[in-house]
Ligand binder design. Structure first.
Ligand SMILES: Nc1nc2c(ncn2[C@@H]2O[C@H](COP(=O)(O)OP(=O)(O)OP(=O)(O)O)[C@@H](O)[C@H]2O)c(=O)[nH]1
Length: 324
């Protein structure tokens, strides 16, 4: 996490905008401050070789997990604008490794002293858990939560620390970053949930998620929590659609998706996964039982209504950005 002595440098515009970490401007040798100053920032801190750059490359650059083995150590602060649509629209800072677990507490105390903790969200990713058994994962989660919370309460700091087990070798890192991203749109989240529920209930769907197709991070889900296996099923479906599109898309097409993109996969257990492209890199993924398909017309009607609702939301909240 970034701490600076000069509180006055925090741009006023941030106070109006939800964000993960709210920080003063950082050195910008490339002269790109105009972009990075006005967008929410996500700062990645961690030990050297803990996997920070890998997370950034796998989620935002589609690098395969195996390729991350060849990444070189970050020697200076790197930042990039990762705008993918109206909702995935922030800057990620990748710090050269320097912070150990015990420094989390020190850093949070520093932020608390500056009264910055009210404006930031802190997530702890317990990364590279692919090498651990389920028992070891549970133990690590409990242990780290306990140690950090214990020391924080000793320091008199009340913070809702969110701890997640992650790896670039499965979808856990995408799921974790989905949750981080949702913190950037708290006022829109309830609108999206309402729209997703309005689609889900009359159609008898089990789960409905709105995905950013470029990152496989979800923007919103219906109000029921999404178990990890269902989230993984949705990601597999997005991968499948992308792979098939990749084979059959003509070279003059710029995107795998257009307004007509619709796909369905029927599983042996009676589950159907539907995807429907909405706009702005956003795709709806619906999980339902195949018996619901008897009312396909109703489903199509409600999806069209959902699209219209999304269009209205996008137009009113992001007037400066054209809806594709
Ligand atoms: N097993 C496993 N290895 C990972 C994972 N994520 C990253 N790695 C490996 O960890 C090593 C270091 O990854 P980096 O992304 O360069 O780590 P970093 O934190 O950016 O390192 P610095 O730039 O030195 O601070 C690489 O060999 C990655 O392949 C993971 O989820 N599981």
């Amino acid at each position: 996490m970034y701490v600076d002595d000069d509180d006055d440098q925090i741009p006023n515009s941030y106070s109006q905008r939800p964000q993960v970490l709210n920080t003063p401007p950082l050195d910008d040798p490339e002269g790109e401050d105009d972009i990075t100053d006005v967008k929410p920032k996500i700062l990645l801190f961690g030990l050297r070789r803990s996997g920070k750059t890998s997370i950034r490359k796998v989620v935002f650059h589609k690098m395969s997990a195996n390729e991350t083995i060849f990444l070189e150590s970050t020697t200076k602060l790197e930042h990039e604008d990762v705008s993918r649509n109206c909702f995935i629209d922030y800057v990620i800072y990748d710090f050269p490794g320097q912070d150990a677990l015990d420094k989390i507490v020190m850093t949070l105390v520093g932020l608390d002293n500056k009264r910055l903790l009210d404006n930031i969200e802190v997530f702890v990713f317990i990364h590279k858990v692919d090498g651990l058994s389920d028992d070891q994962r549970a133990e690590a989660l409990k242990d780290i939560n306990f140690k950090v919370n214990d020391e924080l309460s000793e320091a008199g700091i009340q913070i809702n620390l969110k701890t997640q087990l992650t790896s670039v070798y499965d979808y856990s890192i995408f799921e974790a970053l989905s949750i981080v991203g949702q913190k950037l749109i708290p006022e829109l989240l309830s609108t999206f949930e309402a729209l997703l529920n309005a689609l889900k209930e009359p159609c008898g769907m089990d789960r409905v998620l709105l995905f950013d197709v470029a990152t496989k991070c979800y923007i919103a889900t219906d109000t029921e929590s999404v178990p990890t296996n269902k989230y993984e099923m949705c990601c597999d479906m997005l991968d499948l659609v992308a792979d098939v599109s990749n084979i059959y898309t003509t070279p003059e097409c710029f995107s795998f998706y257009d307004s007509k993109s619709f796909s369905s996969v029927h599983l042996d257990n009676g589950t159907v996964i539907l995807t429907k492209y909405i706009c702005n890199n956003l795709t709806l993924v619906c999980l339902l039982q195949d018996s619901c398909l008897a009312e396909l017309g109703l489903i199509e009607y409600n999806i069209a209504k959902f699209s219209q609702g999304m269009d209205d939301v996008l137009k009113s909240h992001f007037k400066r950005k054209p809806v594709k």
